[in-house]
Design a protein around this ligand. Structure first.
Ligand code: ATP
Length: 336
């Protein structure tokens, strides 16, 4: 089976081809980089409109060149696309492209939940059976675990997404988007200053710490110290809830997903926590962490194999598509 995946929930216009036989994933991405400020939905959609045809054509060209079957056969068996959650104007462009391609190539369409894809790429690359997943991305932050046919949201942000909180702070201090890598670099020279730490039950909140960090900067606290403390507290909150999720489910596997998962300090904290509990920790390679079509193609292939394809009328995009709305069809007989 070979699947074309298309991703376009926010900043990454991306297309990929996943070959199940070889487990190869070829990804072609084109990132939107705001000239100033954060992600502007209209500009992001304009970028999507311009870049999606190009990345899809490059991925399809690769699929055609590596296809052994007769030329009359389509180069891929299905088209999978990010159906949500994400920015509506971006999702609509990707949805339109996916529908058009599925009709032109005469192959089925697979609608993929972007957050479940962030999770499944970790489970796939680790070859874990039933892990807890920490999705730490720009617009979201979730602890997820599978139970009775669905990924349940065990914990989540009560306000802003984790990456967005960091990016809002860096925008305030005049650093260009995305802020995460810049905070990580500056934090290396920092010392701890007191900032809010908010975990309520299994949920966490980032808006208070983001405002306090902005205020600390305005008050003249050294920026390295704020960056260091932001990382310690935000990642400490995520690690605390991840540990509680492992304890609650009895799972001894943790996978990390999402763009913030590229942060070495977050990985170190999670790794230490897992080591102390005797759990296995896995973070996928960086190309699978930030938004990318590889994860859409890989989950798309699992869904396609399970017969989980959609007809055109069901292919509407959903900007608020939650991971627990997805009926999991592709896991077969999992342990839990
Ligand atoms: P979502 O996946 O929730 O729709 P998104 O598309 O914005 O959101 P991703 O591509 O998964 O998210 O991640 C982008 C975020 O990752 C940005 O907020 C960026 O600042 C953050 N990020 C990238 N690298 C790092 C890093 N090294 N440390 C911390 N954060 C990082």
């Amino acid at each position: 089976t070979r699947i074309l995946g298309i991703e376009g929930t926010a900043w990454a216009a991306s297309a990929a081809v996943y070959d199940c036989a070889t487990d190869d994933v070829v990804i072609e991405s084109d990132a939107y980089e705001p000239e100033s400020g954060g992600i502007h939905p209209r500009e992001a959609a304009e970028h999507m409109h311009e870049a999606i045809p190009r990345v899809v054509e490059t991925a399809l060209e690769h699929a055609r060149q590596t296809h052994d079957g007769p030329e009359t056969e389509p180069p891929v068996d299905a088209v999978a696309f990010s159906q949500g959650p994400g920015l509506g104007p971006c999702l609509r462009i990707v949805g339109t492209a996916a529908r058009a391609l599925s009709q032109a190539l005469e192959v089925p369409l697979v609608g993929v939940n972007h957050m479940v894809a962030h999770l499944e790429i970790g489970r796939h690359t680790a070859d874990f059976d039933s892990p807890v997943c920490l999705n730490a991305s720009g617009a979201n932050a979730h602890l997820l675990a599978y139970r009775n046919g669905r990924y349940r949201v065990l914990g989540e942000t009560m306000d802003t997404g984790v990456g967005n909180a960091i990016d809002k702070f860096t925008r305030h201090v005049g650093w260009s988007h995305p802020g995460g890598p810049k905070v990580e670099a500056a934090a290396k020279d920092g010392a701890y200053v007191d900032l809010p730490y908010v975990v309520k039950g299994m949920d966490f909140s980032f808006s208070g710490i983001m405002s306090a960090a902005k205020q600390a900067h305005d008050d003249g606290v050294p920026i390295e110290d704020i960056c260091f403390s932001l990382q310690e507290n935000i990642f400490g909150m995520l690690t605390e809830v991840a540990e509680r999720a492992l304890s609650l489910t009895g799972s001894d596997e943790l996978v990390l997903g999402g763009g913030v998962g590229q942060n070495a300090r977050l990985r170190e904290m999670l790794e230490t926590m897992c080591d102390q509990r005797g759990a296995d920790f896995h973070a996928p390679e960086p190309r699978f962490l930030g938004d990318n079509a590889g994860m859409i193609a890989v989950l798309g292939a699992k869904m396609y194999d399970a017969g989980d394809t959609i007809a055109l009328p069901e292919s509407r995009v959903n900007p608020n598509y939650r991971p627990d709305q997805v009926a999991v069809t592709w896991r077969g007989e999992s342990k839990r």
